[in-house]
Design a binder for this molecule. Sequence first.
Ligand code: ANZ
Ligand code: ZN
Length: 936
Amino acid sequence: MQEHYQPAAIEPAAQKKWDDARIFNVSEDASKPKYYCLSMFPYPSGKLHMGHVRNYTIGDVLSRFKRLNGFNVMQPMGWDAFGMPAENAAMKNNVAPAAWTYDNIEYMKTQLKSLGFAIDWEREVATCKPEYYRWEQWLFTKLFEKGIVYRKNGTVNWDPVDQTVLANEQVIDGRGWRSGALIEKREIPMYYFKITDYAEELLNDLDKLEHWPEQVKTMQRNWIGKSRGMTVRFAVSDDSKQGLEGDYAKFLQVYTTRPDTLMGATYVAVAAEHPLATAAAADKPELQAFIAECKAGSVAEADMATMEKKGVPTGRYVVNPLNGDKLEVWIANYVLWGYGDGAVMAVPAHDERDFEFACKYGLPIKWVVSNKVIDGAVARLQKIAAKNNLPFDIEYIFDYSKNPTQRFADRVLEQVNKAGLDDEPYLSEIFGALETIRLNWNMQFQNNEDNFLVNSNEFNGMDFQTAFDKIGEKLQATDSGEPKTQYRLRDWGISRQRYWGCPIPIVHCEKCGDVPVPADQLPVVLPENVVPDGMGSPLAKMPEFYETTCPCCGGAAKRETDTMDTFMESSWYFFRYMSPKFAEGMVSAEAAKYWGSVDQYIGGIEHAILHLLYARFFTKLMRDEGLVNVDEPFERLLTQGMVVCETYYRENDKGGKDWINPADVELTFDDKGRPVSAVLKADGLPVVISGTEKMSKSKNNGVDPQELINAYGADTARLFMMFAAPPEQSLEWSDSGVEGAHRFLRRLWRTVYEYLKQGGAVKAFAGNQDGLSKELKDLRHKLHATIAKVSDDYGRRQQFNTAIAAVMELLNQYDKTDTGGEQGRAVAQEVLETAVRLLWPIVPHICETLWSELNGAKLWEAGWPTVDEAALVKSEIEVMVQVNGKLRGKITVAADASKADLEAAALATEGAVKFMEGKPAKKIIVVPGRLVNIVV
Ligand code: ANZ
Ligand code: ZN
């Protein structure tokens, strides 16, 4: 055995050994339980980053652990290969996106291989290959025929200078990222997936996902956004019908989740696209201008929530069906055309957006919901004021109509100050009541059970649900409304006007319309030797691509030149891995049956919504096509935390910050190991230390994992990643952490080396341990307790840092134990063999090598160590001795010592003798296994 640990030599050797034995290449094997472990596949951006290394190491640890536990483990890998960065790189470097992508895949694959991941490379897929996307196109055509995929107009960002459609992230402050031109909105035909048909199932099935983080499920629930509400129709006032047709001339329909507040509606607002807005604007240029302004604004929903509320009155009126109030209709920028009916009944007293709007335009505010707890506190305040004759104007303070949201506390304070009440004894009561109000204030904006209606005629006093039902009944009786459940989730528009994506398999024929490409003509192959120029999609300029004949009538027709959203490919790749070369369909029936769903999925929280939702949706679509027989794709989900790193910068002449890479910085530390100052290595001058943040290009704080692997080897990189933090927490990069990990591996190596030098390997201890010395029994106790803990850490807890710490402790005890002699060496052999098996999932190369030195065989055939229960039974235990309840000493006794033996041993201790001061024991309390308390 080599004296020194040399990762550069042992790592490729171990990898070769695994490859030659093909141990990670799996097939369906009915004799073993299956375990499908999947990490989110990477986008081939050029090289691996730390996030990848962490993600894939976690997956690898679980895969290897399950493997040693007898599972038939599949861990595949592939490439999410379509996407915009390839097109951007293409324009920058004048290479075809395909060539760029394939080069990146080649390089990143060597990186992944150098990390020694237990991947079945024979299952590798790249989503940009026709043999992959062919089946995506096939499913698309099936769903098109079924009506689940349909065509309608959608709004896109149009760059008038580059003559191209931009993705949302390419629009910066309303301008095109390359041209700088003001972006326009355009309506173009697009293809949509009817994901809303599955909204209810996607929502309900979240409850089945027991092993998903609660946080992710909540995010999905909110995204689906089921709400129970009411459709309400306001009759259009006779004087307001000009230019309106059909139903629009009769009534204005809104969707509300708060019909209980209908009596509090003080105006109605419609989206700029609403027919009533159009009709009202016909002869009013100022309305036309406002509508145009709204239409040019952002499409992103997030912006809607934060942008300044703006609106214009239309001069048209509608009638509240509940009380006959005449309300003016406004056009408002915060009403979305794509949601509900594109119109809202505005209740400023109980809706924040309406309130902001009403304040801005001086519209009335009518308060119709109160809360028992708040009312109680108000009554208390009134009582205090009356009793003490305080000059408070309670009405003024609680004039909700002036301020339904906040600041009432300020008003009380204002009055308290005005009245000069600084030291009065009842002040604390006043503040107590105010605090109650403050804490419960928000309840009036929610459906709280202590809420009840006010200012609402016959509905006064009702709680939310009763009011909902009663108002619903009254509306239904006059045909002016009915209950309705709706979802925030929209249908999924998948058309992209880009080149580097999966072609949409549709042919447009003047005679036959949109015709899906027949299965035997698939795939529609994307030409690969194309360099886009940023001026629209190259496919639309390639007659050799779009000129075709209609599959229906044989006449001349035009191929669709849009490609699919790249979320499409990642929505089913986990099924493709089950039979990656299957030429007759998306997935073979046998493979789908055997592998079922993914047992463990690992990836970043940034995919908590869209990717996971689309993957769940596709699983249901494929199930309904009879392709797979599971309802959900991912049994268990682990969302790993971010890799973060210190950031450094220097201010530049323009007052901006030049971010400096951590690798170029030299730090000085205080005695607690905290960095106190930093200088740039190149010039020795100071730089500013600016806090830890997610590794990113923008802060230039990424550390290249390749440098780490080159310097220390894959095992150090893996160990550092797994030891520095639990998987779901953020991991802070630190040079000293890396060095610590490396030191531990060197020590592990040396320990085995020293042991073997003393006389070679022996047979590991097994069997009855009665004849062992106490020290060796203690060591075996530690060993088997460690096996139990580490198994639980890998399996149930999925916390690998504590597993590593447990093995480190075991090795510490091993170091302190005299393992000379025949028995000693047998126990030492047992400890070392076990330690390398326990660490194999995390640092497989060094463990594989040490195992072959210790045992000669293949570690992966050794299986997972089992706990020897006998070793866990301690022969001797430590018991505390107390005198009058105070700890005065400890005794070591046989684990099965009798009560009398314990008492005798306790009385004989030095501490007991001293603190009993010669007095006799009145009573001796024995808690078996724990303590003896002598009462004098
Ligand atoms: C009156 C009201 C009073 C409302 C109140 C809320 C609170 P969710 O739960 O997300 O479905 N709304 C309806 N259609 C809209 C549209 N096209 N654009 C903008 N807002 C719209 O939200 C439903 C609520 O959002 C509805 O309930 C409506 O305002 C508003 F105290 O009606 B509500
Ligand atoms: Zn045709």
